[in-house]
Ligand binder design. Structure first.
Ligand code: AMP
Length: 439
């Protein structure tokens, strides 16, 4: 069977690697792909925003399933367009993708269906938003309603900071995404992500992960697309996972069906584990990047089969199988990322890293020129390692990182630190008590 995968990041390289393992795959096309995906299939020069061109390609090559990696084409209605032309696609429709595309939509849905989330207000004018802020006080969270590449959220510790954020959003700092603002109660706890594979009616747990959004060690510096991740996130105990599936994911699926927008695809729940139980921070309508790079190498099932089943509304009545091993990914970013990443620098040593057993290198922002591998974006490479514990996966991943020669790049050296600290504290004979572990 021929498959077309849309996207060009590390996430898509990880999806391509997983799809390539399926015995049902004949040809895998990736549009536009990157130098890494070119090793798992054939990159094709197709613009995902040109829906007509994507559909024509699918007809020409007999594509049985289109897998959409990033959020923009989903929110842009690519799946609707393809399905109207009898082309099967994995990913939500434009209406269902509102769960990511509009924070206000998701908050209203949570309120109507009693899904645990932070208390909030929605505003389309500045003075009402400022009045609400003054009534609630700090800490408080200000969010642009629409997509803002992860930059439209300000966790304000003071009222002045919150007021500035509201003023900037209404002044057009995020364009149309900031024409409406959501103001939320500040939630305290540890963050984790849970993924679910959905077929419109049913959802299957698709493991958990924890990412690292800040650019520098110790969770300092500016927010980024993600500097690393590990899976599973053991802080999401089986009990919490059941709670999230029952109180958050399933009611969301039922609500989306009820409104005539059944959700198919990956539903990614960003959670805050508060003392009152797990609460939804946000939904994403696709795999995370770099979360896909830690979840998919642990998958002991056929991804192609599962995606086909989800797209057809026929997910199996059994849990998805995952390896018990831990995976940890370190993101290698170009110097000066996220502000002004230095591109065009030369990268070497990938073969050495890849030769280490249980180390996988995925490409994100790379390009090949004259036979040389060059940095071509902010986040450039991901080094993933699989091992029996997060501590060992961390050690191995950094061994992979150290085999790569790239003076133009940098990475965090503490990916997985929360779980490493927990694993060390729970070792027999440890002098560190669990209560002293930073969260
Ligand atoms: P979002 O784009 O909604 O996921 O928000 C980005 C980040 O802001 C989250 O990963 C959290 O770290 C933080 N955040 C968002 N909403 C809240 C909240 N209500 N309370 C505390 N932190 C939050």
């Amino acid at each position: 069977m021929n498959i077309l995968l849309i996207g060009s990041g590390g996430r898509e390289h990880a999806i391509a690697n997983a799809l390539a393992k399926s015995p049902r795959l004949t040809r895998l096309f990736i549009a536009p792909g990157n130098p890494g995906t070119a090793e798992a299939g054939d990159n094709v020069d197709l613009d995902a925003a040109d829906h007509g061109a994507v559909a024509a390609f699918c007809k020409e090559w007999g594509v049985a399933l289109v897998v959409v990696g990033p959020e923009q084409p989903l929110i842009g209605g690519l799946v609707d367009y393809l399905e109207a032309r009898d082309i099967l696609a994995f990913g939500p429709s434009r209406a269902a993708a509102q769960l990511e595309g509009s924070k206000g939509f998701t908050k209203d849905l949570c309120r109507a269906h009693k899904i645990p989330t932070a208390a909030y207000g929605r505003f389309d004018n500045e003075s009402a938003a400022l009045a609400y802020l003054r009534k609630k006080g700090a800490p408080i969270v200000v969010k642009a309603d629409g997509l803002a590449s992860g930059k439209g959220v300000v966790v304000a510790t003071t009222l002045i900071e919150a007021e500035r954020a509201v003023e900037a959003m209404f002044a057009g700092a995020f364009g149309r995404s900031g024409a409406e603002v959501v103001i939320e109660e500040f939630l305290e706890g540890e963050e984790a992500s849970l993924f679910a594979l959905c077929d419109g009616a049913r959802a299957l747990g698709f493991s958990t992960a924890q990412d690292h959004k800040r650019a520098f060690e110790g969770d300092a510096g500016p927010n980024t697309g993600g500097m690393g991740a590990y899976s599973p996130a053991c802080v999401v105990t089986p009990e919490i996972e059941r709670q999230v599936m029952g109180e958050i994911i399933m009611p969301t699926l039922a609500a989306m069906r009820e409104m005539g927008a059944p959700y198919r695809g990956v539903l990614y729940a960003g959670l805050m584990l508060t003392k009152d139980g797990p609460k939804l921070i946000e939904y994403n309508c696709r795999f995370g990047d770099p979360e896909a790079q830690v979840i998919l190498p642990r998958l002991d099932d056929d991804l192609l089969e599962l995606m086909l089943a989800a797209a057809r509304g026929e997910l199996p009545q059994r849990p998805v199988r995952f390896s018990k091993r831990a995976a940890l990914t370190v993101v290698l970013a170009a110097k000066n990322y996220p502000a002004t990443p230095l591109v065009g620098t030369r990268i070497g040593g990938l073969d050495h890293a890849q030769a280490i057993p249980d180390v996988i290198v995925t490409h994100a922002g790379t390009r090949v020129e004259g036979g040389r591998l060059l940095a071509a974006g902010g986040r450039v490479l991901n080094v993933t390692a699989l091992a029996d514990s997060v501590t060992k996966a961390q050690e191995l991943a950094y061994k992979g990182v150290d085999a790569i020669q790239w003076p133009g790049g940098f990475c965090r050296r503490d990916i997985g630190w929360r779980e490493v600290a927990r694993e060390q504290a729970s070792r027999p004979g440890s002098l560190v008590g669990g209560a002293g572990i930073p969260r």
